[in-house]
Design a protein around this ligand. Sequence first.
Ligand code: HEM
Length: 481
Amino acid sequence: MELFSASLLSVFVILVSLSLHFFFFKNKSSSSSGNLPPGKSGWPVLGETLEFLSTGWKGHPEKFIFDRIAKYSSPVFRTHLLGEKAAVFCGADGNKFLFSNENKLVHVWWPASLDKVFPYSNQTSLKEEAIKMRKMVPNFFKPEALQRYVGAMDQIAQRHFADGWENQKEVVVVPLTKNYMISLGCRLFISVEDPSHVVEFSKPFNMLASVLTSMPLDLPGTQFNKAIKASNYIRKELLSIIRQRKVELNEGKASPTQDILSRMLLTGDESGKFMHELDIADKILGLLVGGRDTASSVCTFIVKYLAELPHVYERVYNEQMEIANSKKAGELLNWDDIQKMKYSWNVACEVLRLAPPLQGAFREALSDFNYNGFAIPKGWKIYWSVNSTHKNPECFPNPKKFDPSRFEGTGPVPYTFVPFGGGPRMCPGQEYARLEILVFVHHLVKRFWWEKIIPDEKIVVNPIPNPAKGLPVRLFPHKAT
Ligand code: HEM
């Protein structure tokens, strides 16, 4: 349905654009800018955006990239995406170049339409806010803090499995893994634990993930309009939680270290200035959005692959049961247990390689520069694609094969395995994500084995990969020994 309405909108935009084509596109922008990378601009206004997005809707986002690498015999090509002239840099060299030139030749870029969905309270742009977030987030995800989170994650996982999985014959995995991630975020970021509050709070998040791939049309009923409303609703909810917390902190009823919210309220920036309430709401919204659909997609695909590959399941099960059997009754998982989950993490990494939650990200050229013999003009957008290495046989032989042993020993060649990006913009939530995924795997395999109800369920990447019907599975609890 979403695909259909997006297509209708696109046809409309194409018709309008076509009539403007001859006026605006007669002078090809490319000819005056030196030796541009090979490629084409596609349709006026739309460029190649539809092809770019639709390969993902069909479950093969890498097709857009590999078709063009083959067609132009070049690891860098020109295109036109989301209304912008763009170059796509492919392969480990492209990743290395972009990750090492952050804030020198390039800097991070997102479509301006995103500022409408995440309208930063202090009137700065999403880009400026990302820089602030970048400085702040590592403090909350330092090793000492992460070590403290493991026990809390274990408790939340136990409740999650008791409420959503146990005593069920069949479950649909996608809503459950999303619920698990948001429950963790609610508990660890803002100390919201009441399950019914979490459920209410999490509903509008469903509108936010696909905003990147929806038409930025702010009209009643459009996906974009719904996303703006959802973001406003969550920020309002967060504001009331923040105000309540301020009162509790003043009255000594809340602890200064109990969660990220308390820390944000009580930590000043370099100049000793404290953050405004609205600013804190925006930051927490960013963390909840950044962390929910990405990590839940990984958990979902772990369930899928373990159902398909019993020999992989068995090794994960043995590893996790060894840890489970080493614990006293009621003892929570700890940091050392997580370090023992080596094979399980290799499985998660192979999932991150084959079904990366983010397909890539944009940068903007800060000045004219040359790359690989081609001119990249100032202001052009540059896209780096996870799939250009993850699914490339030169980087990962037999790339379609699920093989966790690729991550043994020294693991993949640098800049080939990049699910969390690289360089200064690398995902600051990477370690946090590792913990929540491994705690999930521990509780899952300890309780069940399972089989898929739809053997060949289609995968949709919009923009995060998920099985089209949410991955329904039939559960088989392990017999008590
Ligand atoms: C498996 C889960 C995750 C994956 C695959 C993932 C992937 C990524 C990637 C690829 C980027 C870099 C984009 C770029 O190059 O511009 C990124 C940035 C970011 N991620 Fe994650 N992420 C995950 C989980 C999380 C979690 C759990 C959080 C927070 C709780 C988080 C917070 C962020 C933030 C704040 C940024 C922006 C950093 C910046 O702009 O400098 N992510 N993530």
